[in-house]
Design a protein around this ligand. Structure first.
Ligand SMILES: C[S@@+](CC[C@H](N)C(=O)[O-])C[C@H]1O[C@@H](n2cnc3c(N)ncnc32)[C@H](O)[C@@H]1O
Length: 209
């Protein structure tokens, strides 16, 4: 059974998760976060867009000089990120409620973009990656960190089986990596396995146009 992830599922789910998100997801996902920011290789004054920034768990990992824009569909998640920006005193960060599938940024506005644990939580991953390509300048870096459908037969089938439940909870358990990247014409320069059981993929791409 294919149950589509809808915008309202995502908004409802993350309204519910916002107060507890950091307690549950911080330590589990931490190794991948550090690897993802390192993969961006940010240079002083570069502009970076974080898509689906959530509560801002990546914020302490950014270099103080970088100019960061963070967007998220969920106001409740973004409110937590606003608090964190205040606590960390990061003057170069701007945060906006925005749908990553239709962003109001100019073409090539950013040097780099990052999406951690977000691509399987968006209703339209192809649309989001197309938008990400549009707003990153040609030759810019795109880093994606996510769990994708397992290529092992049994694990992959299991992820298909639980997909309808996961969709109700606000994410896709069986998003396949290779077809997704092919649809948006992205060829990864780097693919690394990260986090517990090596169950997540860190993908680094150059935005070739
Ligand atoms: C699993 S959380 C990850 C949050 C954060 N990136 C992190 O690393 O902890 C997924 C986030 O994606 C956001 N999201 C889902 N669909 C989105 C969309 N179309 N545009 C922007 N954000 C979206 C959710 O609101 C949620 O905050």
């Amino acid at each position: 059974m294919d149950v589509a992830l809808k915008k309202r599922h995502v908004q409802r789910a993350y309204e519910f998760y916002a107060p507890v998100y950091d307690f549950i997801f911080d330590w589990i996902f931490a190794p991948g976060r550090s690897a993802a920011i390192a993969q961006l290789a940010l240079q002083p004054t570069e502009t970076v867009l974080e898509i689906g920034i959530g509560t801002g768990l990546n914020l302490p990992l950014y270099p103080a000089t970088c100019r960061l824009t963070g967007i998220d569909l969920s106001e409740e998640m973004l409110d937590k990120a606003v608090e964190r920006v205040g606590e960390l005193a990061m003057p170069n960060v701007r945060l906006k409620v925005m749908d990553a599938a239709s962003m109001d940024f100019a073409d090539g506005e950013f040097d780099k973009a990052l999406a951690t644990y977000t691509i399987s939580a968006v209703p339209d991953p192809v649309g989001v990656l197309r938008e990400m390509r549009r707003v990153v300048k040609p030759g810019g870096t795109m880093v994606i960190l996510n769990h994708f459908r397992s290529e092992r037969r049994v694990a992959g089938r299991l992820e298909d089986l639980i997909a309808p439940v996961c969709t109700r909870l606000g994410w896709k358990s069986n998003l396949a990596m290779a077809p997704l990247l092919k649809k948006v014409d992205l060829v990864p320069e780097v693919v690394m396995k990260v986090n517990m059981f090596n169950g997540w993929r860190l993908i680094g791409c150059v935005n070739r146009k």
